[in-house]
Every structure is written in C-alpha cells, then in structure tokens.
Design a protein around this ligand. Sequence first.
Ligand code: FAD
Ligand code: SF4
Length: 462
Amino acid sequence: MPNPSSPRQNGHQQEPSVRKNNFEEVAHTFTHEEALLEADRCLNCPTHPCQNACPVGVHIPAFIAKVKTGDIGAAASEIMQTSLLPAICGRVCPQEKHCEGHCVLKAKFGSVNIGGLERYVADTARAQGALKPPTPCENTGKKVVCIGSGPSSLACAAELRRAGHDVTVLEALHAYGGVLRYGIPSFRLPREVINKEVETVQEMGVKFKTDVLVGATITLTELLKEYDAVYIGSGAGLPMMLGIEGENAVGVYSANEFLTRVNLMQAYKFPETDTPIRVGKNVIVLGGGNSAMDAARCAMRLSPETVTIAYRRSAEEMPARAAEVEHAQEEGVQFEYLVTPKEVVKDEYGHVTGVRFTRNELGAPDEKGRRRPVEIAGSDFVMPADTVIVAIGQRPNPTITKTTPDLKTTERGVIALNEKGETSLKGVFAGGDIIRGGATVLLAMNDGIAAAGKINEYLGGK
Ligand code: FAD
Ligand code: SF4
C-alpha cells in the first residue's frame, strides 16, 4: 500500500559551510532506503498528472512502480523510452514547475521527489551496468548532421540514430554538452555525469566532432551537400549586456564569460589549469535567473567577502529554480530585490568601484503575468563592488544565420519556424535555445526529439 503521508525524502547534502569552499556536488544521490521510502509515497495515479506536465512525457508512475520492486534496470529502461539523459534531468530540471508542480500530493503532503528518484535510478542503473541505450533500427543509409552538442542536439541525434540514420554531431567548443558543461557548475552537475550521458549517445553509434564552428569552419550550405538533413541546436550563447554607462570597466564580466572560465576552463584550479579568474572582495551579480544563481555561487567559492544578487523585481518573480535560490542563500549569497542598475561606477584607472541603482516598486503585470518593476524617483544609491557579473540573459550567436542568408530569423534573432515547425530552408530543422532564445534543458530536449520525428518523416523513415 502506498504511504503518501510519510515525510518527503530530500536526500542529503554537503553542509553549506563546507560546500561553499569546494566545487564538489552539493546534493547526494538517494540511498536505496531513501529511494524506497520516497517511491512508496507515490499513488500510481491512473491519470498521471505528473507525466502529463513533463515536457518529454517521462513515464513517471511506471518508473516509480519499478523502483518499488527493486528492479532499477527496468525503471531506467522505462525513463529512457522518452529521455536519454536521465542523470542530467534528475539533477537540473525545474521539477517544481513541471512534474512535481502537478503531483496530487503537493498541497497536502508535499510532492513526490520525482527528480531525486530519477537521479537515483540513473546513477544506480549506471553503476550496475544496467543503463542500456536503445538498440538502433536497421541502417537507412541516410546521413544527418546535428549542429551543437547541447541537450537539444543530443536528444535529436539519439532519436535519429534510434531510427537507423547515420548521425554526426558537430560542436564548436573542445568539449560536448553545451550549457550543461560551460554554464552549469560541477557542484550542480558533475562533469563525469555529462561525460557518461554523452557516452550513452556515442554507444548508440552517433559520431561526434569537436572544434567545428559551423558558419566559419564549414558553412550550412556545404553541410547540405554532404548530409541529407541538418538539425541546428546551436543554443543562445551570446550574452546580453545592459548598455549602461561604465559597463566596460575593468572587473565587469558577462555571466557567460565568467561561467565559461570557471566551468569549462576550470579557472578555479588555476594555475593547475591555463585560465585564470579574478574575483574581488565584493561581488554584485545582476539578474535573477539560473545564470545569476550559478554565477553568484561560483563567485562565492572563489572566496570574496560578499556576493550580492541584485534583481529588478521581488523574490516571487525570480525565474531561477527554487532549489538554486535556496542553496545560494544557505551559502551566504545576499539578495537585493527591486533595484535597477543605472551605472557601473569606476575609479580614475577604469576599475569598478560600485553600481548605482534606483529602487523600484511593483506595478501592473507584463505579458507573462509578472508584475513590472516601476522606478521610484530620487531613490538612487551606490552599492560598492570590485567585481560585477551581468547575468540578464542570452541571445543566439549569429554565426550560422549570418553566413546563410536564406535562413529566416525573427526580430529577436532566433531561427524562425513555420506552422509545421520547419525552417525556411528545405532539409534544415532547428530547436532548443536557437528557436526559443533561452529556455530549459527539457524544453530543448523536447524540441530535439520533435525535430527528429520531422526529420525522420522528411527522410521517408518510419
Ligand atoms: P546549448 O546548451 O546552448 O548548446 C548549444 C551548443 O551548440 C553549444 O555547445 C555551442 O558551443 C554549440 N554551438 C553554437 N554555435 C555553434 C556553431 N556555429 N557550430 C557548432 N556548434 C555550435 N535549464 C534547466 O532546465 N535547468 C537549469 O538548472 C538550468 N541552468 C542554467 C544555467 C545557466 C548558466 C544557463 C545559461 C542556462 C541554464 N538552463 C537551465 C537553460 C538550459 O541550459 C538551456 O535552455 C539548454 O542548455 C539549451 O540547450 P540547447 O541544446 O538548445 O543549447
Ligand atoms: Fe505519483 Fe504524484 Fe505522479 Fe500521482 S502525481 S503518479 S502521486 S508522482
């Protein structure tokens, strides 16, 4: 019998005072006992609202039922029918907005910890050698290339390979994973987990090449001569800046540069690694999304005296995952809400000395339903800082679109799709952040899976 009223298992974590000094993973995977206790809370609802709210439709009640029987390999196979990156999704998906947000137990007892269980299944099945990639169908003789190796391309490549196509992934950087590797820090997503998930896709027979910047090393037009179809999953890697006075001062980073240095180039190990990073005593991070939380928590681990996240609206409107906000607070990151940065203040040598803000109050809701910040006249103040990290969002890099004039984009610079989900070029498909301008891992994966279906159809596959 299920036991929904037993306390939700949240697993164990490194203590904040310890973890703020290292880059090791914060949360631990459930023990077998914790996983069983948590699985026992699930009611196996026949209408599965949790599964309906998952962008890729992971068979949630079915995999949890298999955890209860102790057959973790079978639970993993159940998840892998719709998601080939379970160890990643279990760790970084915003479950509170998707599956857990719709769990029937949420109001009375607290949602089932679906993310924790997914992660437990993936890690345990992998350790047991039971995380088996699906066997691809017979070779079709068709060749497809996926541009980028983020979650969107990885999901698309795996699905296309499953259908029997010859698939190659081209990545501009020297390592695979996209934002998973260069944006999300190892204390949230260990590099080993990314490596293993990519290996699963490689085991299916997908080929990977690094250091290929499509649009520079080779053009899209040239790729179309070599391949029967192209999937563009090149993400949104171009940082947005505020355009305020002083933003070019010494000590101002975009979150993109800061996180790439720390996570991809492992600057926190300098001089053991080649890339340095300088963080001063007082750090201000501008923004309220996942990038802002990651930048603030990375900065905290580089031993400043204070790290402050400055956000235009209130805590309620902040788009970052709830767990990341909580972890940042536990680690000592401070939050200054309802402030708009107006100027980066610098000294006579051009070094940052602070940020001038105006205080806001909340006004009417915007088109997304979030209340708009309205500036309060005469409320300016300067917060001292010697490092400023701008984490206000990203846009698609135009390398591919600029060198492919017939590929239509929208005003926001994202690749435009027609009502059938096709780009303006025959045989060219796209998904993930390059069409959304910034979303989540699961939405990017879902786009990749949906595009794989369209590509398969285009190639005459079943
Ligand atoms: P990306 O992950 O950006 O991958 C694109 C890849 O394409 C990159 O590797 C890039 O180098 C490569 N590329 C680009 N141009 C070219 C080219 N011309 N030729 C070849 N390769 C190219 N979402 C969550 O769900 N949970 C989180 O906790 C979370 N945290 C985040 C933290 C940060 C710091 C950021 C920036 C985003 C976060 N997100 C999170 C959002 C999520 O990571 C993205 O929505 C997702 O990674 C998008 O996937 P993608 O495959 O479309 O693109
Ligand atoms: Fe289990 Fe909650 Fe999903 Fe119901 S909604 S099947 S209780 S996880």
